[in-house]
Ligand binder design. Sequence first.
Ligand SMILES: [Zn+2]
Length: 475
Amino acid sequence: MADLPDKGSAFIDWYLAVVEAADLTDKRYPVKGMNVWTTYGFRARRNLDAVMIREIEATGSDAVEFPTLIPANEFAKEKEHIKGFDNEVYWVTKGGATPLDVPLVLRPTSETAMYPVFALWVRSHRDLPLNVYQIVNTFRYETKTTRPFVRVREIHFFEEHTCQVDEDRATERVGSNLAAFRKMADAFGLPYLTTRRPEWDKFAGAHYTIAFDIPLAGGRTLQLGSVHHYRENFSRPYGIRYEAPDGSQRYVHQTTFGLSERLLGAIVAVHGDSKGAVFPSAIAPYEVVVIPIPGSDAGPGPLDTARAVADRLRRAGRRVHLDAGDERPGAKYYRWELHGVPLRVEIGRREAEARTVTVADRLGRKGNVPLDRLETGVAERLAEFDRALAEQARASFARSVAAARTLDELPGSATVRVIGWCGSEECGHRVEAAIDGALLGTLEEALPMPLANPERCIACGKSDGVRPAIAGRPM
Ligand SMILES: [Zn+2]
């Protein structure tokens, strides 16, 4: 098999080659931007969903599922929202040969599907908070070049929608979403940037938007997801009101939290290397691959031991693949490295006789685990691997983000930049022009590394109200 393109100098080519060679996607489907989930990719997706579900449900959210189609009149109720999606939605206008009385929108996100029903569910302060989420496919007519997992037209979408009694409770819900995302990203070993988007770049209909991005090579960034505070922007047009304890009628304050399979793309992009994908154990389709090494005089020992080892690890809850095919061990090592499996267990005659196995992790570290403590030994190795992978990602993050003090440093910047920004739109646009990208927003959470805060606005030089902000080139 041909070598992969160089990650540093040809990042996009490298990414496309890895997702294909690692069997995460099949790009041959005839509709652009619509992903075929292969068996291996689907395993990763299911693990991604499991982490999202675990962390959001820990914060008191329950799953629902709303229909895929939204009536045009409901979709049009919040004006900014429909304006934001005007050029992105798919329409269903006929049932068979009959034109529909009310055209339907294939959901691009589910505010306008859920909120007419929320208006029926929410009656009293006792019905609040209403915290629900769904994981469904959504559709957006993406006009830029599509990329597997990263820019698609059919999106595997996680969306939480909540109704709160007032603005402060909604602000608290935003905080709880940020904390939940921290735990998800920690499970994947992903360091990221949390910023409050500038007014001109917030979600259509939101009071404010907080987004998560990762820095990539060459000063590029990739948005992983976002949290929005809606205030009463949707509850008023959709009539979501409740009776307060004093008998008055009040509108709820709403929030949403959105994530997608971009997280899978980000995990490939951040952790992958010259040998292919590298998966943290939380998302790895297989955490362990077991490879028997039947030498010419090895007899049945290695294969029998390998079967027993795979069986024991499965019983211990591990996702395991036993590769007992007749290829050379070297070809198997190569394939499972390409596929990003965290841990390889090798069993030859020597191991079978010594009642031990050789383990090698995807970062190239090797050791032995005695069979009598197989389960704990493998668990320890996986935990060490996850720690080392997260540390490597933090080091790479620190190299990808640097401060800039003057606009001259921004053109062609090879890193994402931390700058001072006074908050004015004019200065923001000057920054965007200089970096030929976007002002992602003001930092909402500390960076995972020390960096002195800028004292002056990079564009106008003022120090009043200056806050650290992030500028980069969104992928
Ligand atoms: Zn300024």
